[in-house]
Design a protein around this ligand. Structure first.
Ligand SMILES: [Zn+2]
Length: 225
């Protein structure tokens, strides 16, 4: 048993479902004293499968307003942990692009260690933590119900290449309308082809993202997605 890990990761008194999932996920990576409960394995599997069909909506100017309001809320709660801004990223940030109507928000932090207290604070404004890409960021959704999702939020060190890549991708598209058009056409084709296979859809889009990031930051820039 990894007693040191257990001491540093006490489950809170009345843990929410999300806290239990997060705890067991971390536990499985750090300690082998007991099996992950079946229901948690299922939750994580279901989450990965993400069975909702991919639905694109035409770009909506309200997405920007929605982001603006949320930004203020986040700033008020975890402002002191933010070192790289609260950034609207992803397709909802680009006029002319259709998108899943979920606002992607990326917050730049100094390090996971320094920003750790922010995880708990974000619950106050209904963000649920989920241990996705746990190795290098904190990931949240709001609200937690999959069919009602409005926001995805991640806290990521500004030194991580993914931070730089997402901003570069957005800014490149904002200044190159012909690439926006090309991306839009591609997304419409892909959604037709992979409506019920979110993973394949995402993978096919990743190729385009890498291509744009290479144009913006040079062919030698590498990041994981
Ligand atoms: Zn253990």
């Amino acid at each position: 048993m990894n007693a040191q890990w257990h001491n540093a990761h006490k489950m809170s008194n009345n843990p929410t479902k999300d806290e239990k999932i997060a705890w067991h996920f971390e536990h499985a990576m750090n300690c082998k004293c007991r099996e992950m409960p079946e229901w948690i394995k299922k939750e994580i599997e279901n989450y990965k499968k993400n069975e909702e069909p991919v639905i694109l909506l035409p770009h909506d100017p309200n997405w920007t307003k929605k982001f603006g309001k949320e930004k203020k809320l986040i700033e008020g709660i975890i402002g002191k942990y933010i070192t790289g801004g609260i950034n609207h990223v992803g397709s909802t940030a680009i006029p002319g692009l259709s998108a899943k109507p979920i606002i992607d928000i990326m917050v730049g932090i100094d390090s996971l260690e320094k920003a750790a207290p922010a995880v708990k604070l974000l619950e106050k404004i209904n963000y649920s933590y989920f241990p996705y890409k746990r190795r290098y960021l904190y990931w949240f959704r709001k609200p937690a119900l999959p069919n009602k999702r409005e926001f995805h939020l991640n806290l990521i060190p500004t030194t991580n290449p993914e931070f730089k890549a997402k901003i570069a991708f957005r800014d490149y598209l904002l200044s190159h309308p012909e690439e926006v058009k090309r991306y839009e056409d591609l997304k419409v084709d892909l959604v037709r082809e992979f409506e019920h296979d979110r993973e394949a859809y995402t993978e096919a889009k990743t190729e385009f993202v890498k291509e744009i990031v290479a144009k913006a930051l040079g062919p030698d820039f590498h990041f994981e997605t």
